[in-house]
Design a protein around this ligand. Structure first.
Ligand code: ATP
Length: 324
């Protein structure tokens, strides 16, 4: 493989707090090692438009603490096609790019694989608040999202106990209940609904009513976006069933994606960004940086895009027990 002289970086898919910290780490590490850095705007969509330009060390200053991504992010249908990928390869060649760091979720890693298969040196960095990716204990953004959720639960509990209410709090996570389960443990929820463990409305109602009878002043129910019962459906059913508490809904939505990255996310993003550049410079490709135990290590992109992350059912059981 020829020497990597110019490294491009892009962010893709849903934004996650800590993406900026990672862009900074990739750029500074590459520049420190005497390489040129190119920032690609708006993920694969911007790549296909040739929307890219040099990034210098000062341009990535002052972003370590900012949520979102200064490069912008997008989803691209054209990039999923063979023609789109060939075009992307041609554009990267024209800009003299020898290697790419892709920061994003599992769809973005599928895109990275497609370019790796065409011979481009490419390394992925996991960033998504859902924590639904195989190969890393934590993706960038998850810790910040959990802190946002726990702040929200604390505030909602204050008002819930003052009025003896049950609050149904919906978290993000279309196919993965990670955020909801962890929110259940750290926020002290009575019930958690996740896609991996379907429940009936009657079961949820029985638990909420039981909490009422045991003298609790409030009940917190965390509903993952992908759970088998819709939050609105559950709320109206609980109202009709008379479970003791009156019911209110809060859908946390995109608030979970924003905000200053936590210390954990900044450290993880910095470590992963540096390791991604190190890997490219060492001739590695078609891998993603994964947090395995305490170490950041490369894992094959082939595994990341084909293997399923297992649900945290131990934590799910723990949340249930601690609701006693
Ligand atoms: P999040 O988990 O936050 O939604 P993501 O990276 O999974 O982030 P996606 O929308 O799934 O977000 O993927 C981002 C982009 O990656 C897509 O818009 C598309 O351009 C590209 N992509 C996804 N899957 C493939 C694929 N199989 N082949 C090529 N490119 C893909």
């Amino acid at each position: 493989m020829s020497e990597i002289k110019r490294i491009a970086v892009l962010t893709s898919g849903g934004d996650a707090p800590g993406m900026n910290t990672c862009i900074r780490a990739v750029a500074r590490c590459a520049l420190y090692n005497g390489r040129d850095v190119i920032g690609i705007r708006d993920g694969y969509e911007g790549l296909l438009l040739g929307a890219m330009g040099p990034l210098d060390a000062r341009e990535v200053g002052g972003i370590i603490q900012r949520g979102g991504t200064i490069l912008g992010t997008a989803r691209s249908e054209e990039f999923r096609t063979e023609a789109g990928q060939l075009k992307a390869m041609q554009i990267l060649k024209e800009h003299g790019v020898d290697g790419v760091v892709v920061i994003g979720g599992d769809g973005s890693m599928r895109g990275a694989r497609a370019l790796a298969a065409r011979g481009l040196p490419i390394v992925g960095v996991p960033a998504t608040i859902d924590n639904d990716m195989w190969g890393t204990n934590m993706a960038i953004g998850v810790d910040t999202a959990l802190n946002t959720i726990s702040d929200a639960i604390d505030k909602l509990r204050d008002t819930a106990s003052s009025h003896r209410r049950a609050f149904l709090i919906e978290t993000m996570g279309r196919n993965c209940g990670y955020l909801a389960v962890m929110a259940g443990v750290i926020g002290g929820a009575e019930v958690v609904l996740i896609p991996e463990a379907p429940v009936t409305i009657e079961e949820v109602a029985a638990k909420v009513e039981d909490a009422y009878k045991r003298g609790k002043t409030h009940s917190i129910v965390i509903v993952s976006e992908g759970a088998n019962i819709l939050t609105t459906e559950l709320a109206s059913a609980l109202e009709k069933m008379d479970v003791g508490f009156s019911t209110r809904i809060t859908i946390l939505g995109h608030i979970q994606r924003g905000g200053r990255p936590t210390a954990f996310d900044r450290l993880l993003a910095s470590r992963m960004g540096v390791k991604a550049v190190d890997a490219l410079l060492a001739g590695q490709t078609d891998v993603m940086m994964g947090l395995r135990g305490r170490e950041v290590e490369p894992v094959p992109l082939a595994d990341v895009v084909t293997r399923q992350r297992e649900a945290n059912l131990d934590y799910y059981e723990m949340a249930k027990m601690l609701a006693f």
